[in-house]
Every structure is written in structure tokens, then in C-alpha cells.
Design a binder for this molecule. Structure first.
Ligand code: PEP
Ligand code: MN
Length: 370
């Protein structure tokens, strides 16, 4: 059960104290308080964990400071969509809005290699009006002999160049607690020129200790990628780990499933699950067409498979696109075969725009027939 308190309530207020002493009397119920500083008001939610079935909604609503009571099902307590649950389905980070109703494009390098390539990428994004990117510094690789990413060494120039070109959010994978510290320290040392969305990769989705660590901090939002060989329910529970530790700024990313049934694509494209995740949870949903398709094949008209699947995800309501680009894919140290060229960026963006407009028309149509 979730109690949504009246806005701007603080622990010093009398009604808050009265509420907490009433809650302390509940038997076998654990209490977790979560606060979110919105643009205008401080929102407080109290999670009651345990057997809450016997608690009366009317009684809970009558307690001091309680504005609304949401009875949650067992599944995805924090991130799930529950009956009569009108908690927000969006959040802001570094001035960028992430929601189930808008679309952000994160085009960028799978892995940072040289400062020159980073600058060419950032410049192209800026020229095309984009404010988000992806830049891998810590790369989890199948082979221990493959390039593992430049790690902390590249962070200063990546952040400074991002600032130079007005990039506000960089999606960056972390695989260890120390990476979060290195990112935080380097941002601080370089004067916070940009922001970072921490990425949990498909291989780490059930690294529960990592999830708890990333969930315990609320400075950076998190992009969690669906596990490529586990059920959707298992992946959504992994996302819930982040939220249960306090970080509700979570975006869920579909990136294809590992099976030969998807051949010749690298993974089996799973973007039909965009509306499913939006219906089950309040998370914005990202699609990663690059890691899904994994190659630059195209149809007889010259439209790349990567662009086709992107359009399929966007027309189904995707809220974020994570896509690999590279100025010189043949020199890329990771995933060159799936990278789009910088000169393809305007085409990609116009194509996305067509799909987004089609999605918006479909929304209006659905309203009309409702
Ligand atoms: C990536 O986005 O660079 C990546 C490694 O993705 P995934 O975890 O989906 O394989
Ligand atoms: Mn990659």
C-alpha cells in the first residue's frame, strides 16, 4: 500500500509526526518513506510493506497528512501501474523530461575511442538539435581479450565536450560501484558540464547488488536494459530493485532477445513489448535498435533494418531511442558493424519524426473510438 501525502509536508510538521506514530502501531508492517523534489513541490510517498490486506483504505486515508491511498498488487510495487494510481509517469533530469508520453533520442558512440571521434559525434548531435547521447566508457565484453573501454581516463574529455556542444544527458553503462563514484567525481571536477544516465546492461540486469547500489543513489537516473535471456517479468522485477532502494527515475530499455530465431539479426527484436511495459509499469520505455539488429542490412529500397525497427518501436509509443552512430565505423573498437554514419543522422531523425507523428495520430484515433 502506498500513502501519498499532502504536498510539501515535512517531518517537522505536526501532522507528519501524528501519521508516523499511527503507522508505528501497525503490526508487521515495514515503512519506507520516499521523497521527490518536483519543480514546484516536495512529494512524499510512504510505502507500507507487509500484509496490508487487512488495512482499510478509508482508515488510512483518514490519517493526518494523507492525501491519497493506492493499494498495490504484489507485482512491481513502486514502478507498477496500479488501479486508481495516478502517480506521474514522467520525471525530469538536468532539464530533460523523460515520460511515457514523450520521446528522447540518444544517438552516440557504443564505446568511446578517441577524443576526435567524441567531438565529431557531439558536434553532429548539436547541429541536429539533439541534447542527449550515449557514450560507453566501461564496456562489458564477451571476451576478456576484447577492448574493455577507456574507463575513467576518458571521462574528463567526454564530459567537457558534451558541455561544449550543449549535451545535457549521456547514457553510460556502469558495471561496478566504483564507476558511479568515478562518474560523480569527474562531473564534479569538470564543473558539471553535462549529466549522466547510468545504464545497467543486459548482462548485469540480475546483478542485484549492483542494482541496490545504483538504486540507493538518487543523483543519476537509470536506464535498465532488459535481460536478453530471461522473462519480461524477471526484467521488470530487476527494475523494481532500483526503485525499492529509492531511485524512481528509471527508464526500461528493450534491446532484443538472444535466440537464433531472430537470425540474421543479432537479437530477436522485441519492440512489440513497448505497449506491454507501458501498461504494466509507469516507466518510460526505451528501444535500442542497434543492439537488436546488430548489422547494417537494408531492404530493397535502401531503408536500413535498424531504421525499420526504430520506426516500429516509435509507432508503438516508445519514449526513448538508444542508437549507435560512429564517424568511422570501420575504426570503431566496439560494434562498428551496427553503427550508423554521421551523415545518416538527419535521415534517421526525419524517419523517426514520421513514425512519431503516426503514433500521435493513432493516439488521437484511439481517443475518438474510445
Ligand atoms: C550497450 O548499450 O552498449 C550494450 C552493451 O548493450 P546491452 O547491455 O543491451 O548488450
Ligand atoms: Mn554495443
Amino acid at each position: 500500500m502506498i500513502l501519498i501525502l499532502t504536498p510539501n509536508i515535512t517531518p517537522e510538521k505536526e501532522e507528519y509526526k501524528q501519521l508516523m506514530s499511527a503507522l508505528a502501531n501497525l503490526q508487521n508492517i515495514q515503512i519506507r518513506v520516499h521523497t521527490v523534489q518536483g519543480t514546484e513541490q516536495l512529494l512524499t510517498e510512504v510505502y507500507l510493506i507487509g500484509n496490508t490486506k487487512s488495512l482499510s483504505t478509508d482508515y488510512m486515508k483518514s490519517l493526518p497528512g494523507v492525501e491519497k491511498v493506492v493499494r498495490v498488487s504484489e507485482e512491481y510495487r513502486v514502478l507498477g501501474r496500479h488501479k486508481n494510481d495516478d502517480r506521474p509517469t514522467h520525471f525530469y533530469y538536468n532539464g530533460v523530461r523523460f515520460g511515457q508520453d514523450n520521446l528522447n533520442i540518444f544517438a552516440g558512440l557504443c564505446a568511446v575511442d578517441t577524443p576526435e571521434h567524441v567531438e565529431m559525434m557531439m558536434k553532429a548531435l548539436h547541429e541536429n538539435g539533439l541534447v542527449c547521447t550515449r557514450m560507453g566508457a566501461y564496456k562489458p565484453r564477451t571476451s576478456p581479450y576484447s577492448f574493455q573501454g577507456h574507463g575513467r581516463k576518458c571521462l574528463p574529455y567526454v564530459f567537457e565536450l558534451a558541455g561544449k556542444y550543449g549535451i545535457k544527458v549521456i547514457a553510460m553503462e556502469v558495471t561496478h560501484e566504483s564507476h558511479v563514484m568515478e562518474i560523480r567525481e569527474t562531473l564534479y571536477r569538470t564543473g558539471n558540464p553535462t549529466g549522466v544516465m547510468l545504464q545497467i546492461g543486459t548482462r548485469n540486469i540480475q546483478n542485484f547488488e549492483l542494482l541496490k547500489i545504483v538504486g540507493r543513489q538518487q543523483e543519476f537516473p537509470v536506464l535498465i536494459k532488459r535481460g536478453f535471456g530471461i522473462t519480461l517479468d524477471e526484467s521488470l522485477n530487476a527494475a523494481e530493485y532500483l526503485a525499492s532502494e529509492g531511485n524512481h527515475k528509471v527508464v526500461f530499455c528493450l534491446r532484443g532477445m538472444k535466440t537464433n530465431m531472430g537470425d540474421p539479426h543479432r537479437n530477436f527484436v522485441d519492440f512489440a513489448h513497448v505497449p506491454v511495459v507501458k501498461h504494466l509499469t509507469r516507466m518510460p520505455v526505451c528501444i535500442d535498435p542497434s543492439h537488436s539488429v546488430g548489422l547494417r542490412s537494408s531492404d530493397p529500397n535502401g531503408i536500413l533494418d535498424i531504421m525499420h525497427v526504430t520506426a516500429q518501436g516509435v509507432i508503438a509509443g516508445a519514449n526513448m531511442i538508444l542508437v549507435d552512430f560512429h564517424p568511422e565505423p570501420n575504426k570503431a573498437l566496439v560494434d562498428g558493424p551496427q553503427a550508423l554514419l554521421l551523415k545518416e543522422l538527419p535521415h534517421f531523425l526525419e524517419d523517426v519524426q514520421i513514425a512519431r507523428e503516426a503514433y500521435e495520430k493513432r493516439l488521437a484515433l484511439a481517443q475518438r473510438y474510445r
